[in-house]
Design a protein around this ligand. Structure first.
Ligand SMILES: CCCCCCCCCCCCC[C@H](O)CC(=O)SCCNC(=O)CCNC(=O)[C@H](O)C(C)(C)COP(=O)(O)OP(=O)(O)OC[C@H]1O[C@@H](n2cnc3c(N)ncnc32)[C@H](O)[C@@H]1OP(=O)(O)O
Ligand SMILES: NC(=O)c1ccc[n+]([C@@H]2O[C@H](COP(=O)([O-])OP(=O)(O)OC[C@H]3O[C@@H](n4cnc5c(N)ncnc54)[C@H](O)[C@@H]3O)[C@@H](O)[C@H]2O)c1
Length: 310
């Protein structure tokens, strides 16, 4: 690392070569992932602002974060209710939840986008934030499947843009994939990687290719799982049991699909089908499309491949 990049300057970066550790984070999207990323960032001392579309949605996110924290502290501070409450209060004290994205980025060192898996919506958001955020602010997308470069083109800060792909549920999964595009500066990449580690994750680096690492390998597995069930070779339940007991997975493929969200899964598969229409892996799935058409998105709506107590 060059001498200049070793100089940490508090506040605004004074030149393209210098960067400060990320302290203030804005997360756009407070759903499954945004709320989880907010939780781990706030519980590791970062100042976090979370944004979503309505007050009702952010209120629900706040409740979801508190519920998750109550599960975490039972393991972190067994038989110590005071420490449990202090940890929850400290974490929530680092969190602000609101509905105005523009004001939320005014003092951000990092903006992490975790909104709907739709390229046009992501581009529109980042174009707006690019005008509002300070010059030093780094942008990152938590997208599952969209090339980061295709999102970054909506901004004028390709050198300060990357991908931070967290895994669901964020408080439990130890990995974050850090993705750079050709324009990503060394300082930006280092800041993103340092942030991933600062929130307690193991970071891996990968190119900005379809599915990064994990999802690229999950797709064949999950696609073939659905095809296997659609062919009637085995039931969804038996496929899940088989993969948990036979392959040691914590969840079977259908449990995981419901856990991730069938709406998100469909966004991912449709996007890859559009970009690579002849690839047999990315052909539309009848059972998936039927469930999504019926607004059965899995755990988040109470019904997907399985039914859940809401
Ligand atoms: C044709 C269509 C094909 C599809 C094509 C496209 C596919 C594209 C690729 C897939 C989608 C990609 C999505 C994304 O980009 C990438 C991902 O995120 S993939 C998902 C990765 N995650 C997993 O694989 C999760 C696997 N599951 C687990 O690790 C565990 O099951 C679990 C979720 C950790 C739950 O643990 P369990 O032991 O199983 O069960 P419990 O629920 O009892 O939990 C035990 C214990 O853990 C703590 N805990 C669990 N959840 C939370 C939480 N959310 N917050 C806090 N703490 C939690 C807690 O202490 C629990 O104890 P308890 O509280 O229950 O006493
Ligand atoms: N679900 C997973 O397992 C998972 C894992 C890793 C990455 N991802 C990716 O993370 C992103 C979010 O996925 P999710 O599962 O959290 O989705 P989600 O549907 O749970 O949450 C998305 C949130 O974004 C909000 N939103 C949509 N448009 C917005 C806008 N313009 N401004 C502000 N908020 C907006 C929605 O109101 C919603 O609350 C997607 O890109 C997805 O591919 C998902």
């Amino acid at each position: 690392m060059s001498f200049s990049s070793k100089i940490f300057v508090r506040g605004l970066a004074t030149s393209a070569k210098q960067w400060s550790p990320i302290k203030t984070v804005t997360i756009i999207g407070s759903g499954l992932m945004g709320s989880g990323i907010a939780q781990v960032a706030a519980s590791t001392g970062h100042k976090v602002t979370v944004v979503d579309q309505t007050q009702d949605i952010v209120d629900k996110a706040s409740a979801s974060i508190k519920k998750s924290l109550s599960r975490v502290v039972k393991k972190k501070f067994p038989d110590d209710p005071k420490a449990q409450q202090t940890y929850i209060a400290d974490t929530m004290g680092h969190l602000t939840l609101q509905t105005d994205a523009v004001s939320a980025v005014k003092s951000a060192d990092l903006v992490v986008e975790a909104i709907v898996e739709n390229l046009d919506v992501k581009r529109k958001l980042f174009a707006t934030l690019d005008e509002a955020a300070p010059q030093h602010t780094v942008f990152a997308s938590n997208t599952s499947s969209i090339p980061i470069k295709d999102i970054a083109v909506a901004t004028k800060r390709g050198d300060r843009f990357g991908g931070l792909h967290f895994f669901n549920p964020v408080p439990m999964m130890k990995l974050v994939e850090v993705i750079r595009i050709p324009e990503t500066s060394e300082e930006t990449y280092n800041a993103l990687e340092a942030f991933g580690k600062a929130v307690g994750k193991k970071t891996v680096q990968c190119k900005d290719e379809k599915g990064f690492i994990v999802n690229r390998l999950l797709v064949p597995y999950m696609v073939e799982s659905i095809r296997l069930a659609e062919r009637g070779d085995a039931s969804t339940r038996d496929i899940d049991v088989a993969m948990k007991l036979g392959a040691g997975y914590p969840m079977g493929p259908f449990e995981l699909l419901d856990y991730v969200g069938l709406d998100t899964i469909k966004f991912i598969l449709d996007g890859w089908h559009e970009s690579d229409p002849t690839n047999p892996l990315f052909q539309p799935c009848e059972s998936l499309n039927k469930l999504v058409k019926e607004n059965k998105f899995g755990m988040k709506t109470g019904e997907g491949f399985y039914s859940y107590d809401k």
